[in-house]
Ligand binder design. Structure first.
Ligand SMILES: Cc1cc2nc3c(=O)[nH]c(=O)nc-3n(C[C@H](O)[C@H](O)[C@H](O)COP(=O)(O)O)c2cc1C
Length: 312
């Protein structure tokens, strides 16, 4: 068992928020899904205080090596989540992490207080990084505004708070440092990178939301660099994600300092990817352990040669 913020996880592979609908999957695959659940914890899609319809279609663009989505966080809102989704998610055989996002500190505070009061929820992930919705990006892109948000919400729950950082920030590590200083229990990264696609014949943006977020293989190298940069500056656990499709990819994020790895876009291609990667990771680690002398800090030194961290 792996300890993540006091939560026992059977293995280091979880899902990326919004990329695996456990309720729909259970409807499709039945209770078999519970026996072979692909992740060691389930992270809900982002919920907001009030219901959201999401962005107008089209919502997806398949890029050459990834996916641009402009889903726009459709969800039932806090009340709908507590009434309809939470009882179903509580039946999953793994700890539940609820991901929340608000456009103001007061909204986030209400969400954190309400979700934090629910015994079914093991931890809360604060989405301050979604590029599809203006407000989240503004809070998460700036260390001072993130610190102010944390000061407002940290006292409202004793549950672990995971701050999901935005990759669309000038200095992601500085934001992570601010999150840690204000009591975050963990950080997660990376969220999607702001991206755009034009409709054929240049007739304007393809996506109904104008721009969207790029995910999948295209962002894996960025994720690796950002996780390594953050790992050098914080001591709290890191959930690393971005383009993970194999155990090797997961291992690379663990090597640069992640404690847990999330699988996102790959689950659309292979809904059992979580289990596949977790199993292969076990064999990889067993096979390599006797001959792999590199520890995490050695790996970091090797990878992050261009760090701008003045301490190095
Ligand atoms: C279709 C889609 C929906 C997503 N929805 C959310 C969301 O609701 N909240 C959130 O924090 N991240 C959301 N994400 C971001 C993922 O959780 C993850 O951070 C990102 O996709 C990078 O991982 P990946 O390359 O493995 O997909 C979404 C990503 C995709 C592709």
């Amino acid at each position: 068992m792996l300890d993540f913020c006091g939560i026992a996880l059977a293995h280091p592979i979880v899902n990326g928020s919004g990329t695996f609908d456990a309720i729909a999957a259970r409807r499709a695959f039945g209770d078999e899904l519970l026996d072979a659940f692909p992740f060691s914890a389930f992270v809900s899609k982002t919920i907001t205080l009030r219901p959201r319809a999401g962005n107008p279609p089209p919502r997806l663009w398949e890029a050459q090596t990834g996916l641009i989505n402009s889903i726009g966080l459709p969800n039932r809102g806090l009340r709908g989540y507590l009434e309809h989704d939470l009882p179903e998610l509580a039946r999953l055989p793994v700890p539940l992490i609820t991901n929340v996002m608000g456009s103001t500190e007061a909204e986030v505070a209400e969400l954190v207080e309400a979700i934090g009061a629910r015994p079914e929820v093991a931890a809360i992930e604060l989405n301050v990084s979604c590029p599809n919705v203006r407000t989240g990006l503004d809070i998460g892109a700036n260390p001072e505004s993130l610190a102010a948000l944390m000061r407002a919400v940290r006292p409202l729950t004793g549950k672990p708070l995971i701050v999901k950082l935005t990759p669309n920030s000038a200095d992601v590590a500085a934001v992570a440092v601010a999150a840690e200083a204000e009591g975050a229990d963990a950080v997660s990264l990376i969220n999607t990178i702001r991206a755009m696609a034009l409709a054929p014949a240049g007739s304007g943006p393809w996506l109904g939301g104008g721009t969207g977020g790029l995910s999948g293989p295209a962002i894996r190298a960025v994720a690796l660099a950002q996780v390594a940069a953050v790992a050098r500056r914080v001591a709290i656990p890191i959930v690393g994600m971005g383009g993970v499709a194999t155990a090797e990819h997961a291992k690379h994020l663990l090597l640069v300092g992640a404690t847990v790895v999330a699988v996102g876009t790959e689950s659309f291609r292979d809904p059992a990817a979580g289990n596949r990667i977790a199993e292969a990771l076990k064999s990889l680690q067993i096979a390599e352990s006797p001959s792999t002398p590199m520890n995490e800090s050695e790996a970091l030194v090797e990878v992050d040669v261009n760090s701008s961290n003045p301490r190095n």
